[in-house]
Design a protein around this ligand. Structure first.
Ligand code: FES
Length: 286
């Protein structure tokens, strides 16, 4: 089963700050019973409305959801609202000595509840929330219908946690963990986020000779593309390069997969970013 740290177990067995603050200044609620996890966070500010003097929670969820909520309430006390907003889901997990990756969505839910509570207190829209349970306006396009998660929310979690596989996204958000119908779109979002990051850092060669272009295509497939496919049990083989047309054949889990069109698009996007913008990728049977 899951390998929990002693601190997770301790916060699960002796959760801090369970309950309700009847005169709370801010209340944030995320998740839903239908999704299997729900968290309601109460925050009380000092008389100058500057610092958090108390925080309590009510949660429905697994042991790590309880431990994450308990940790969060301890972490926010004494902080200003701006300081509290700096808390990331990774810091919640770190406070507990780590969480199994399959349970990271519990830390994400804590961060969401905190952002929802502060946004409500300030009368502004919560940033990029996925679980719109708190009647907070959700931003973006709905990607995972089963868990009500938007593209903006998923991209935020992918970027801030440096996620590279659909499985990781499921562990951090639950998206893709029910019917699986959104997995191709999740892979697109990962490719998009990775592409945006590369745009910032990648240096494109000024002018490529044909030989150098072929070398770069091979290197990119080996170093950037195939490791990501391996992580999902798939693979590809480079069949031919004809000018800017790259022919690949999918192997293992990618072979015959209904989502191979998305995967080909992902490969093309990678090669366009890292090699040359005129590259096209064609899937062939090889
Ligand atoms: S739509 Fe995402 S798991 Fe069903």
């Amino acid at each position: 089963m899951w390998d929990y740290t002693d601190k997770v177990k301790e916060h699960f067995l002796n959760p801090r700050n369970v309950g309700e603050i009847t005169d709370a200044d801010a209340v944030g609620e995320v998740g839903s019973l239908a999704c299997g996890d729900a968290l309601k966070l109460f925050i009380k500010l000092d008389e100058n409305k500057e610092r958090i003097v108390d925080a309590k929670f009510q949660t429905f969820g697994c042991g790590s959801a309880i431990a994450s909520s308990s940790a969060l309430t301890e972490m926010v006390k004494g902080k200003t609202l701006d300081e509290a907003l700096e808390i990331t889901n990774q810091q919640i997990a770190d406070f507990l000595g780590g969480l199994p990756e399959e349970k990271m969505h519990c830390s994400v839910m804590g961060q969401e509840a905190l952002e929802a509570a502060i946004a409500k207190y300030r009368g502004v829209e919560a940033p990029a929330h996925g679980h719109g349970h708190d009647h907070v306006e959700t931003e973006g396009e709905l990607v995972c219908k089963c868990f009500g998660l938007t593209d903006v929310f998923l991209k935020k979690v992918i970027a801030s946690n440096k996620l590279t596989t659909a499985e990781q996204v499921t562990h951090f958000t639950k998206a893709g963990g029910a019917c699986g119908g959104c997995i191709p779109k999740i892979k697109d979002l990962i490719a998009e986020v990775l592409g945006e990051e590369k745009k910032v850092t990648a240096e494109k060669p000024a002018k490529l000779t044909n030989l150098r272009k072929m070398q770069l295509i091979q290197e990119t497939l080996e170093n950037e593309v195939r490791p990501q496919l391996w992580a999902d049990g798939g693979d590809l083989e480079l069949i031919d390069i004809d000018g800017s047309n790259v022919q690949v054949a999918f192997r293992k889990a990618c072979a015959g997969c209904a989502s191979s069109g998305y995967t080909a698009k992902f490969v093309e996007q990678k090669l366009r970013e890292l090699v040359s913008p005129d590259i096209t990728v064609q899937e062939v049977q090889g």
